[in-house]
Write a protein that binds this ligand. Structure first.
Ligand SMILES: C/C(=C\CNc1ncnc2c1ncn2[C@@H]1O[C@H](COP(=O)(O)O)[C@@H](O)[C@H]1O)CO
Length: 296
C-alpha cells in the first residue's frame, strides 16, 4: 500500500493507459523535487505518478466486468432515485392511478380511466400512472386533455412499448422498487382501476404501507364494485375471518362506482390531512400557469 489508492507508482517509467504512448515523469517543482497535488493528497518525490486523476478517468480503457457488479448497480439505483426526486419534486399534489395495461381503448374501463384522469386534473391534482397502455393511458389522456399535469413513470420491460402519448412529464425506470417509491412519495392518494397482477401488486403494496403506518396520509380507492367485489368478499370471508387481517383493515380502502365519490374521498382526506381551500386554489393556479406555459 502506498497511500495513493493502493496503486504502485513508479515515477521513473510513467504509465501506459491502454491507448496512448508512455507519459513523461513530472518535472521537479520549485523546491527541486517532483510534487503534485492530487485531489486532497499532496504527493512528492517517489509518490508522484505520471498521470492526473482526470487523465486516468478519460484515457483508461480496460475490462468492463465491473459494469455487471452490484456496487455499480447501487450507483445506478442511486441515480434513479436522484433523477426521480429531481424530476418530481415540484409536482403539485398528485394522485397515482393504477390499472390494467390491457384495457382496450374505447372500452367502458378505458372511458372511466379518462373520466377519472380528467376529474383529477380539473381538481388540480397531477395524475401519475405507470405510463403504459390501457388504463394508464386512459388516465393520462383524461389529465392531459383537461390541461392537467400528466405524469408517466415507465418501467423497463422485456416487451417494452414506451410511454403512452398522453404522458407530458415522463421518467423511465430500470428498477420496480425505485419507481414504486415515486408512486407513493408524490401521491396524496391512490385510485385503482380494474387490473391484473401488476395492479394487484401496486394495490397491496399501498395497503401494506397504510396498514403498517409507513404512510399515514392517503386514501386507497378501488373503482368498480363488480370487478373488485370478489376480492373484497374473499378478504372479508377468508383473510379477516381467519385472523390474517383485522376487521379495521377493511376500512383502509374504499370501493365505488362513482367518479364524484372518488373526488369526495380524496378531498375529505386532504382536509383531514390539513389541506386547505387555499391549497386547492394553489393547485388550480398551478394548472392554469401550466396551461398558459403550454400556449407559449
Ligand atoms: C402488458 C403490456 C404492456 C406492459 N406495459 C407496462 N408499462 C408500464 N407499466 C406497466 C406495464 N405493465 C404493467 N405495468 C404496471 O403494473 C400495472 C398494470 O399491471 P396489470 O398486470 O396490467 O394490471 C400498472 O399500474 C403499471 O404500473 C402490453 O399490453
Amino acid at each position: 500500500m502506498n497511500g495513493t489508492g493502493g496503486q504502485e507508482i513508479r515515477p521513473d517509467e510513467g504509465r501506459t493507459n491502454g491507448h496512448g504512448p508512455e507519459r513523461s515523469v513530472p518535472l521537479p517543482g520549485k523546491r527541486g523535487w517532483p510534487e503534485r497535488q492530487q485531489g486532497p493528497l499532496l504527493l512528492r518525490r517517489g509518490r508522484v505518478g505520471a498521470e492526473t486523476t482526470d487523465q486516468r478517468l478519460l484515457d483508461t480503457t480496460g475490462p468492463t466486468d465491473w459494469l455487471h457488479t452490484d456496487p455499480w448497480r447501487v450507483l445506478r439505483i442511486t441515480s434513479e432515485f436522484v433523477e426521480g426526486f429531481g424530476g418530481l419534486a415540484e409536482l403539485p399534489p398528485a394522485v397515482s392511478v393504477f390499472g390494467s395495461a390491457r384495457t382496450p381503448r374505447g372500452s367502458a374501463d378505458y372511458l372511466t380511466g379518462v373520466e377519472i384522469g380528467r376529474a383529477l386534473a380539473q381538481a388540480g391534482y397531477a395524475v401519475i400512472t405507470g405510463g403504459g397502455p390501457g388504463a394508464m393511458e386512459a388516465a393520462n389522456r383524461g389529465a392531459s386533455e383537461a390541461g392537467g399535469v400528466s405524469v408517466g413513470l415507465g418501467i423497463e420491460l422485456p416487451f417494452e412499448q414506451g410511454l403512452n402519448e398522453y404522458v407530458d412529464l415522463g421518467l423511465n425506470f430500470r428498477y420496480f422498487f425505485v419507481r414504486k417509491t415515486m408512486f407513493v412519495k408524490y401521491a396524496q392518494g391512490f385510485v385503482v382501476l380494474p387490473g391484473g397482477f401488476g395492479t394487484l401488486d401496486e394495490l397491496f403494496e399501498a395497503l401494506t404501507l397504510v396498514q403498517t403506518r409507513k404512510v399515514t396520509r392517503f386514501p386507497v380507492v378501488l373503482f368498480g364494485s363488480a370487478y373488485w367485489g370478489g376480492l373484497v368478499e374473499w378478504l372479508r370471508s377468508t383473510v379477516v375471518e381467519q385472523g390474517k387481517a383485522s376487521t379495521a383493515d377493511m376500512d383502509l380502502f374504499h370501493v365505488t362506482d362513482d367518479v364524484a365519490e372518488v373526488m369526495k374521498i380524496l378531498d375529505d382526506a386532504r382536509r383531514r390531512n390539513g389541506g386547505s381551500d387555499q391549497e386547492a386554489a394553489e393547485r388550480a393556479a398551478f394548472t392554469a400557469v401550466e396551461e398558459g406555459a403550454s400556449d407559449i
